[in-house]
Every structure is written in structure tokens, then in C-alpha cells.
Design a protein. Structure first.
Length: 151
């Protein structure tokens, strides 16, 4: 079984997140760190950003952020790292486990609301479109929107 980074590299529809990982210098982390989950935007998700409230469901207002493209994210290591960390969970978690939660914290301690909508699991406004890609060190869940925090 391949690790998270190797799995991303072999998927044609995950080239943008691969570039972000490289820019953020997190390749080794995603190869070796155990027990992690990555909500991984597919390539068509870039240019479609959603903001999520850091305060959870009570104040979970979502907006499409009109700024930001893959070029903007790749502009600096810091931007790439922040974007990646908004999608990284420090726990191996399947969609079945996600369905039991209302909120999950990212590696940078931001809360992502989890919502069930007609049997679909949503993280913020992003739908999990390919769930439970199991890797040697965690899970990848492919999503259709890039998650960005609202400030």
C-alpha cells in the first residue's frame, strides 16, 4: 500500500495539490507521518474556494472567496503551507467516522464543520466526491472545493 504522497502523485486529477505539497516542503511529512487524513481538492476545485468559520457550526457562514488561484497559492511557501494545513487532519479518519462528528480540527487547529446532506458527507461547503482512499499512513478524501479560513 502506498503512502499519501505516493498516492497523490499517481492520480492525474491531483496535480495542483502535488504542487502545493512541493512548495510547502511537506513531501516527506506526507510520506512518513502516521495516522493522518488529507481532504484533497481535485484539480478542478482550484479557483473555487470556500471560507469556513473557525468557531464551528454556530457561526458557520460560508462564502465563495473570489480571490485565489493555484498561482496565488504557489506564490510563497507560507501560503502553500497554510492552504495544505487547512486540509490536513492529525488523525486517520474514514467517512463512516466523519459521519458521527459535527466538527473536526485541522492540523493548524482550525475547526471544519462536518455536515451530512442526502447521504453525502460535506466538509465545510466541500463535498467528499471520492471517499476513503486508504494509504499506508492514513486516508485521502477527495473534495470538490478548496477550503480557506474566514477571518
Amino acid at each position: 500500500m502506498k503512502n499519501i504522497y505516493e498516492t497523490i502523485e499517481e492520480r492525474e486529477y491531483l496535480k495542483n495539490i502535488s504542487q502545493i505539497i512541493e512548495k510547502a516542503e511537506k513531501k516527506e511529512f506526507l510520506e512518513k507521518e502516521q495516522g493522518i487524513t488529507l481532504f484533497c481538492p481535485n484539480d478542478s476545485a482550484f479557483g473555487t474556494y470556500t471560507s469556513f468559520s473557525r468557531y464551528g457550526l454556530d457561526e458557520a457562514l460560508y462564502e465563495i472567496n473570489p480571490i485565489g488561484k493555484i498561482e496565488d497559492i504557489l506564490e510563497t511557501k507560507e501560503t502553500a503551507l497554510e492552504t495544505l494545513n487547512n486540509h490536513l487532519i492529525p488523525k486517520k479518519i474514514s467517512t463512516e467516522e466523519l459521519k458521527k462528528l459535527e466538527i473536526i480540527a485541522t492540523i493548524n487547529k482550525r475547526d471544519l464543520p462536518i455536515v451530512l446532506s442526502f447521504e453525502e458527507v460535506m466538509v465545510g461547503n466541500a463535498s467528499i466526491i471520492i471517499p476513503d482512499i486508504e494509504c499506508s499512513n492514513g486516508y485521502i478524501h477527495v473534495i470538490n472545493i478548496v477550503l480557506m479560513p474566514s477571518y
